[in-house]
Ligand binder design. Sequence first.
Ligand code: SF4
Length: 385
Amino acid sequence: MTSTVPLRFPTRAVNIGNLPMGADYPVRVQSMTSTDTLDTRATVAQAIRMIEAGCEYVRVTVPGMKEAENLKEIRDALRRQGYATPLIADVHFTPKIAEIAATIVEKVRINPGNYLPLDPSRPTSYVLEQISDRLSPLLKICKEHGTAIRIGVNHGSLSERIMDLHGDTPLGMVESALEFARVCEGLSFHDLVFSMKASNTRVMIAANRLLAERMKQEGMNYPLHLGVTEAGAGEDGRIKSAIGIGSLLADGIGDTIRVSLTEEPEFEIPVAYNILQAAGVRITKTEFISCPSCGRTQFNIQSALEKVQAGTSHLKGLKIAVMGCIVNGPGEMADAHYGYVGAGKGKIHLYKGQSVVEKNISEGLAVEALISLIKASGDWFDPAP
Ligand code: SF4
């Protein structure tokens, strides 16, 4: 077991249009439209709602040739309205669809499990040749247009050949991606991103960890896209996504995330940012540390936390602690920038870092005093109008 916090798995930067991912770039947030891709108006409207919520890449499903051709209408309508957000085409079965999409959008997702119907009885060398033959026109187009590719493996759609070789396992998922990646590398194509998705969080976590290990062994450094498929909706879907994605982010694995909920896609975006913040990999708001309170608490900690949050939730990057008592509070809020800590009946001590700076303030005055302290310390800025 490591005694330090894992560093981010070092990946290469891959340009997705005007917004690179990987390397030291922020872990990107993406989602996918749920409209009919032939319905340009509905797809553009939904994409705009996603972008306004903070979505950094918009993926669109492309099941057929007509949808591939309609990507141009969708892209142009978004650009006309001032949205430069990169688009991703999600392609499963037909290389020709991917080839058209690659001339229009910034990234194409292909699924090795169903991109090529490969005879499971053929030897691996023959299969690799087949993959190479089928991929090379797409890679040529991607090179010409600066289009990236995601090799997106799903646990539920591994090829028959991979199932025969490795079973329905994380190893099978990893091998399925790596053989496509080796072919891409053989054709000097490196603008790749990987994903290993499953609805079972343990399978998804194991596959991504194994993939990171195998990449290290093979000298690969492609960015990783994380997601739990079919996570559900409501609290269950959010917790499942947080476990799957968050466990890997805590390992230092992950360059872009998609939270999949059976809800409108714009609702996925705040969840994604909350997961990133909770994993400590991308800070987008004030972080609040607060204890559950216990018999030592002698003030109304729930309403105090609400008031502190209402007054300071725009202070992105600050950690503010609201703790029930001075016995354990100061130690538990160790890395907070400011602390609001119960000191006796209706009395609050304020802390800056680990130092107590104001003592025994009446509960009714303490939130204002905390804000004054933050202002006096130079950490305040006014909320955006
Ligand atoms: S910090 Fe104090 S009040 Fe809060 S749970 Fe711990 S012991 Fe109880």
